[in-house]
Write a protein that binds this ligand. Structure first.
Ligand SMILES: COC(=O)[C@H](Cc1ccco1)c1ccncc1
Length: 130
């Protein structure tokens, strides 16, 4: 019978595949590393919890996520932060907001296509039991 550790390992493999696919997608290069605080000194005053694709990958390898919901809470920060920090009507802001929306949709499609409902609830059950 599949042990809990096997389910969590399957989750990490699934999540790693998502993030590695996003990391090679040229549309999302701007999201692959933390925003450079030297370049953007006020970023940390506006954005309370920065997030990026490389940090997501490190978190997965450090067993930080035991459910899809916990992973999505961090993954969604990437595009939400971009929409929040880049709200203006100038072309640069519009361009990164367009990419942020593409990232949001791409993540949703991975989750919808990749997982059965039962796998998601199985991970939630394991978390509750701990
Ligand atoms: C996720 O990346 C960002 O939110 C930064 C914010 C930023 C503004 C100025 C420098 O950096 C960004 C970088 C490049 N192009 C658009 C925005």
């Amino acid at each position: 019978e599949e042990k809990e550790e096997d389910v969590l390992r399957d989750l990490r493999l699934f999540l790693r595949n998502i993030v590695e696919t996003l990391l090679v997608d040229r549309r999302f290069k701007i999201f692959s590393k933390p925003v450079d605080i030297e370049e953007v000194p006020d970023y940390m005053m506006v954005i309370k919890k920065p997030m990026d694709l490389s940090t997501l990958l490190t978190n997965i390898d450090e067993h930080k996520y035991s459910t899809i919901r916990e992973f999505l809470a961090d993954a969604d920060l990437i595009w939400k932060n971009a929409l929040e920090y880049n709200p203006d009507s100038d072309p640069l802001d519009r361009h990164i907001r367009h990419r942020a929306c593409a990232l949001k949709d791409r993540i949703q499609t991975f989750i919808r296509d990749g997982l059965g409902e039962d796998f998601m609830s199985l991970c939630e059950e394991i978390k509750k039991s701990r």
